[in-house]
Design a protein around this ligand. Structure first.
Ligand SMILES: *[C@@H]1O[C@H](CO)[C@@H](O)[C@H](O)[C@H]1NC(C)=O
Ligand SMILES: *[C@@H]1O[C@H](CO)[C@@H](O)[C@H](O)[C@H]1NC(C)=O
Ligand SMILES: *[C@@H]1O[C@H](CO)[C@@H](O)[C@H](O)[C@H]1NC(C)=O
Length: 416
């Protein structure tokens, strides 16, 4: 049943994305990169925190680490500045936005050049309203100038936040800024925060419009550095899936917010759980961490090629949470290869249990919606040493054992 629904959906998505979705040729897979906010917030005191303040060095160092430590090779591409990069006032003569003179002494074009010289892409943050969330100038009265300024600086990705704005103006204002970005002639990924501000005030966002004007959009709360916050966000995407899931596809993605992996709040098991669920959700993979000091076990999770391949699957179908039983969540996503008309599936079992030992259970393949009469090959995506050589019939019960707050992540490929 699942596969029939999903083949139908995939066809609708493919047809749809050509007609009714933003067609700037960008973000055909969920964007991957690094963004400052989750780890570095609005630290602006470079005298006290020279290695953590929002400054050109922070982004240059992150660029170097991404290139030299294997993240670029794994697919991470965008280096994105979040809030707190500006002077409090626009240039009095030109009215242009001005990067903080002390923290970005070389200016944004030079920083973009640096990022580009390493083969990566450069992203920046602004806000649709009168001010950014941290009080710096917003775009609302200077939209054309700001779009042109970003193009002049060779920006490749714009995140437009929605603080200090009227949520009713956003249906017009965000598309307008998108048109102005387009009019510059420079392709820039456009990340919109418009639905989260509307939905938090009880106004249902217009997803057809979002898809037409934005490459990705933040649906819900900001993620915070805790397992509790991660669960709140994944619950939102699970429970509201029927409303949200159909709108994702190549060029237009739901964004559950940044990866916490490598920071303070998640254990290794919980980090695998976020990576697996973000892969199922076809979510942007935006790290926000200290790559200079990251522990190797977190780096391994972030660059896992098999898990990234699920996230970046070319069909771009967002997966769903299928069920929750005894605090074990089953998440399922149809992916390639499609064999004799049947999808492969990525399946994550995320444990929300806290009773000490790993939880053992059996899963029948047909209960996951798997239907291939010839059975399935199984790959354990996090644990290469767990080689499952057989072809498993859909009536077979596989045994799994999931660590408390951990995940088991398998790929099922229909046998030829
Ligand atoms: C970060 O960048 C600054 C300025 O370029 C440099 O002095 C410093 O050594 C870098 N730190 C690391 C750990 O790469
Ligand atoms: C602008 O929009 C047109 C029409 O959707 C599209 O073909 C073109 O690639 C866009 N250009 C840029 C720079 O985004
Ligand atoms: C589903 O979305 C609504 C907002 O529209 C939210 O209030 C609700 O909490 C969401 N469900 C979950 C489980 O997050």
């Amino acid at each position: 049943m699942w596969s029939t629904i999903y083949i139908g959906l995939a066809i609708i998505c493919l047809q749809y994305s050509n007609v009714n979705a933003l067609d700037n040729g960008l973000a055909l897979r969920p964007p991957m990169g690094w963004m400052s906010w989750q780890r570095y917030r609005c630290i602006t005191d470079c005298d006290t925190y020279p290695d953590e303040c929002i400054s050109e060095w922070l982004f240059k160092n992150a660029t170097d680490r991404i290139v030299e430590d294997g993240y670029k090779k794994a697919g991470y591409k965008y280096v994105i500045i979040d809030d707190c990069w500006m002077e409090m006032e626009r240039d009095p003569n030109t009215k242009e936005l001005v990067p903080d003179r002390k923290r970005f002494p070389s200016g944004m074009k030079a920083l973009a050049d640096y990022v580009h010289s390493k083969g990566l892409k450069f992203g920046i943050y602004e806000d649709y309203g009168t001010h950014t969330c941290m009080g710096y100038p917003g775009v609302i009265n200077h939209m054309e100038l700001d779009a042109k300024t970003f193009a002049k600086w060779d920006v490749d990705y714009v995140k437009l936040d929605g603080c200090y704005a009227d949520i009713h103006d956003m249906d017009k204002g965000y598309p307008e800024f998108g048109r102005l970005l387009n009019a510059t002639g420079r392709p820039m990924v456009y990340s919109c925060s418009w639905p989260v501000y509307q939905e938090e005030k009880g106004l249902m966002p217009n997803y057809e419009a979002l898809k037409k004007h934005c490459n990705l959009w933040r649906n819900w709360d900001d993620i915070q550095d805790s397992y509790e916050s991660l669960n709140k966000i994944s619950d939102y995407f699970a429970v509201n899936a029927s409303r949200i899931q159909p709108h994702a596809g190549p060029g237009h993605w739901n964004d559950p917010d940044m990866l916490l992996i490598g920071n303070y709040g998640l254990t290794v098991d919980q980090s695998e759980s976020q990576m697996a669920i973000w892969a199922i959700l076809a979510a942007p993979l935006l790290m926000s961490n200290d790559l200079k000091n990251i522990r190797p076990e977190f780096r391994e999770i972030l660059i896992n090629p098999q898990v990234i391949a699920v996230n970046q699957d070319e069909l771009g179908i967002q997966g769903k949470r299928l069920k929750v039983e005894r605090k074990i969540e089953t998440w399922v996503r149809p992916i390639t290869p499609v064999v004799n008309g049947l999808h492969s599936y990525a399946v994550a079992w995320a444990s929300k249990r806290d009773d000490g030992s790993p939880y053992a259970t059996k899963v029948k393949l047909s209960d996951l919606g798997l239907t291939s009469a010839k059975g399935y090959k199984i790959t354990d995506l996090f644990n290469e040493e767990n080689v499952l050589n057989d072809v498993y019939n859909v009536n077979h019960n596989i045994s799994i054992r999931i660590n408390p707050s951990g995940v088991i992540f398998y790929k099922f490929t229909p046998a030829e």
